[in-house]
Design a protein around this ligand. Structure first.
Ligand code: ARG
Length: 229
């Protein structure tokens, strides 16, 4: 009797996103980012064969449920509503939502100053849900592409953007330099995890791989590379 451990090992399809800097993005036809590299290390430790599937964030949940992809690693925040539909790995990144205004704005100093203001964010994101619960806003504008929201903020077509802190910082350090700024403290703490469908066979293996790359210094090295000090 020969038993081959690899014979029926499936190649997992891993959903990533082409424009969520600096976590997962496409540049010059290449998939780049902290999450792309972290996943590579997790897959190595977990002995996982995979192929990356770039896709739109809005399609991820459906693609997981239909089996079009097996996993998603794309800055996906774990929360209760999503846990009703999907399973999540242990979190691998602690972060939160921040508020941004135009560089020269002085009247919006905190979330209590948003009365009659227009807030922009990515549609379907946790920031979109968060903004929708703030009282007395004029409007929450949902964008399919967060970069358009940052641009509209720079051009003063909206008063404020609420979105994920590290993505906002990346934009400020690149295209948004001198045009927009982060105001105040983190509004809502969130953590990112790998998502998969409920009743899957992978999460146990992935969690132990996440633990290993955290303990052996690999995570730290990647974190320093992408987020500096
Ligand atoms: N963390 C936020 C959420 O889970 C935003 C995610 C943005 N991710 C992306 N791939 N565009 O809703």
């Amino acid at each position: 009797l020969t038993v081959s451990g690899c014979a029926n090992q499936k190649t997992l399809k891993v959903g990533i996103e082409s424009d969520f800097r600096p976590f997962t993005y496409t540049e010059g036809g290449e998939n780049k980012g902290f999450e792309v590299e972290l996943w590579e290390e997790i897959a190595k430790k977990g002995n996982i064969k995979y192929e990356l599937v770039p896709m739109e964030m809005g399609n991820m949940s459906t693609a997981l449920k239909s089996g079009e992809v097996d996993l998603v690693i794309a800055g996906m925040t774990v929360n209760k509503a999503r846990k009703d539909n999907l399973a999540f790995s242990d979190p691998y990144f602690q972060t939160g939502l921040v508020m941004l205004t135009a560089q020269d704005n002085t009247d919006i100093t905190g979330k209590d100053k948003l009365k009659d203001k227009t807030v922009a964010t990515r549609i379907g994101s946790t920031a979109y849900t968060y903004a929708g619960m703030l009282p007395k806003l004029k409007e929450v504008r949902g964008y399919p592409d967060i970069n358009r929201a940052y641009e509209d903020l720079a051009n003063k077509k909206v008063d404020c953007v609420i979105f994920d802190e590290r993505n906002a910082r990346d934009y400020i350090q690149t295209k948004g330099q001198g045009k927009i700024k982060i105001v105040g403290d983190v509004l809502n703490k969130e953590s990112y995890a790998i998502a998969t469908k409920k009743r899957n066979k992978y999460i146990g293996n992935i969690n132990s791989a996440i633990e290993q790359v955290s303990k052996n210094g690999t995570y730290e090295t990647l974190y320093m590379k992408w987020f500096g000090s």
